[in-house]
Design a protein around this ligand. Structure first.
Ligand SMILES: Nc1nc2c(ncn2[C@@H]2O[C@H](COP(=O)(O)OP(=O)(O)OP(=O)(O)O)[C@@H](O)[C@H]2O)c(=O)[nH]1
Ligand SMILES: [Mg+2]
Length: 579
């Protein structure tokens, strides 16, 4: 058979005939994608990637089995498989055993979901939130009321991607219904979620949680500012931080680089990041640029010469908007086209789909759940008695939901027992710690503790407790009795409270590189305004933090958008150098 396969299939038409008529087993045994590296003595037939049809024939023939096939070691075929079968691209990068398990789940039934995500980024005061309000069709009063965004706001499934009208349709979200979002009916709907990033530099530490390939980006620039102008202090206090002295142009370059670096797929030019540029404050008497071309020229000059970033700075991707706030038809249409693209369509195992509803129902009352309290909705025929096996099934599903940004879950010692199902709440918990001076809320603690925290990033544990207690207060006010003892008991036993989850929150924050956790005090690098060389020995000598977690998070302070995985690698490297 091997001789026949290699000797007789010489023309494209022969191969095409073979791929359509031979059995799945034969194709699986002999066929490999074009750049597959065979092992010594391995006999195989290479299927060329051009014409594209050949790969499609191979994928169609092997169907889900291709996910556990040896040809998966060649990563260039992944995008094609993901598009053809709708399998989430991250799943294709899982190890062999995990992919085999995925095939088993998917063979029991699948469900198609289409959820697009857009990230609105740019420096403080650029007009990001205003842009979102305008897209939502809010009234002028609502638009004028916009306040500076603290941390990051997730506007979950805020638009329907409407096929009939070929446009984005804002969903009416009734705030009171939030807890029982009638999500069960939305499971098959095509939706678009927006993430509105707070531009204050203190919040950049939160952003890396969400910087993902699974999104398109909208980079907002304020056209009333020159790119060489330093940020106004009232807009963002960046003194002493890593952003000290940054200009509007620096922020633009920073975001373009971050998007290009962290959101493109290695070896995959087809799946390049999608980034739109929106220039706000475009009123004739306000803007710094004569026309759109002058703006594009200036933005292009801001980035390094011959840089790949110039691919994003093109006329078709750029929109100039102004007050008075009129409807943004062409920008909205462009976003519809992006959000309606097949790249957001995914086919997931049916037994995973329930979690989406479960998260929405439980997140506002529980925030973090124990993995043992998560009941898998597997088909009755599959009885998983073995607890280990059950746990693996759950963690595979959670791995997908983590990649999709719906939960935070790490299958690692010390973390794997818990799932953060309310990610916005988690981000808010961190946001309240780093509340910068502009958002300071007056928490009753000795001023020295605050001052130390603001200048060195050293956070006394009791200050942290007070910050979170303050945040829990609005919840306590809803209680019938205002008794301090009852309140403190409630905080310890009601899972809606931050303090109830303190230990887990800190563990996750450390894992994400947001802070290094100590016994009596913690270290929050994005709050450190001292020279790094001076801060390190001081903190370590005082036994505040462990050296590794310190290095890990300090790297994040220098490169605020570095994905935590890279940081862990870097720390491992440093450890081995040290040894
Ligand atoms: N003149 C003019 N003002 C605008 C425009 N867009 C936004 N603004 C104003 O700019 C200010 C900042 O707008 P925001 O939407 O809060 O800016 P942001 O980028 O979300 O700011 P952060 O959340 O702090 O990062 C507000 O006063 C807006 O009314 C515009 O096109 N023209
Ligand atoms: Mg904002």
């Amino acid at each position: 058979m091997y001789a026949f396969v290699t000797e007789c299939l010489r023309e494209d038409s022969d191969l095409k005939f073979f791929l359509t008529t031979a059995s799945r087993d034969v194709i699986s045994e002999y066929c490999r994608s074009w750049e597959y590296k065979r092992s010594e003595g391995e006999r195989c037939l290479y299927v060329p990637n051009r014409p594209e049809k050949m790969y499609d024939l191979l994928i169609d023939k092997l169907q889900l089995d291709i996910i556990s096939h040896c040809t998966m070691s060649e990563r260039r075929i992944h995008n094609r498989i993901s598009q053809r079968l709708g399998v989430p691209i991250e799943v294709l990068k899982w190890d062999q055993e995990a992919r085999e398990r995925y095939v088993e789940y998917a063979k029991r039934g699948t469900q198609t979901v289409h959820h697009a995500r857009g990230m609105i980024v740019g420096c403080a005061g650029a007009g990001k939130t205003t842009l979102l309000k305008r897209l939502l069709g809010c009234s002028e009063e609502e638009i004028k009321e916009v306040k500076s965004t603290e941390g990051l706001e997730v506007h979950e499934e805020i638009f329907d991607i409407c096929d009939e009208t070929r446009s984005l349709k804002a969903r009416q979200i009734n705030k009171d219904d939030k807890e029982e979002n009638n999500s069960a009916t939305n499971i098959g709907a095509k939706t678009l979620t927006f993430f509105d990033f707070g531009g204050q530099c203190a919040y950049y530490a939160c952003h890396q949680i969400y910087l993902t390939r699974r999104a398109f980006y909208v980079v907002v620039v304020d056209a009333s500012k020159r790119l060489d102008q330093k940020l106004d202090k009232e807009v963002c206090d960046q003194d002493g931080s890593v952003f000290s002295g940054w200009t509007y142009g620096d922020y633009f370059e920073f975001w373009m680089k971050s998007i290009h670096t962290y959101c493109s797929y290695e070896n995959d030019k087809e799946l390049k990041p999608v980034a739109l540029i929106v220039a706000t404050h475009w009123e004739e008497n306000n803007r710094q640029y004569k026309d759109k071309h002058t703006l594009l020229d200036s933005l292009n000059q801001q980035i390094p010469k011959h840089s790949k970033l110039s691919q994003y700075i093109v006329e078709n991707n750029c929109y100039c908007i102004q007050f008075p706030a009129e409807a943004l038809h062409s920008l909205s249409k462009h976003m519809f086209n992006i959000a309606n693209h097949q790249r957001w369509k995914e086919t997931i195992p049916k037994e995973w789909a329930f979690l989406e509803i479960e998260i929405k129902l439980r997140k506002h009352s529980e925030r973090i759940i124990k993995i043992e309290n998560l009941t898998m909705k597997v088909t009755d025929s599959i009885k998983q008695e073995d607890p280990e096996e059950k746990l693996t099934t759950k963690s595979d599903m959670l791995r997908y939901y983590h990649d999709a940004g719906k939960v935070l879950y790490f299958n690692e010692e010390g973390l794997k027992e818990f799932i953060i199902i309310d990610v916005q709440w988690f981000i808010d918990a961190f946001k309240h710690i780093i509340t910068d001076k502009l958002h300071f809320k007056g928490i009753p603690v000795a001023s020295e503790d605050w001052e130390e925290f603001y200048s060195t990033g050293n956070l006394e544990d009791h200050l942290l407790t007070e910050i979170w207690r303050n945040d829990d207060n609005p919840l306590s006010e809803k209680l019938p009795e205002d008794d301090e003892w009852i309140l403190s008991k409630t905080r310890d036993s009601d899972p809606r409270y931050l303090l109830y989850h303190k230990k887990q929150l800190l563990n996750f924050m450390q894992r994400l590189g947001l802070m290094a956790v100590g016994n009596k005090s913690h270290y929050v690098p994005c709050m450190n305004r001292k020279e790094i060389e001076n801060a390190i020995p001081d903190l370590i000598q005082r036994g505040r933090v462990n050296i590794c977690s310190y290095l890990q998070i300090q790297l994040l302070a220098i490169f605020p958008l570095l994905p935590p995985r890279c940081v862990l690698h870097a720390v491992k490297g440093l450890e081995s150098v040290e040894n």
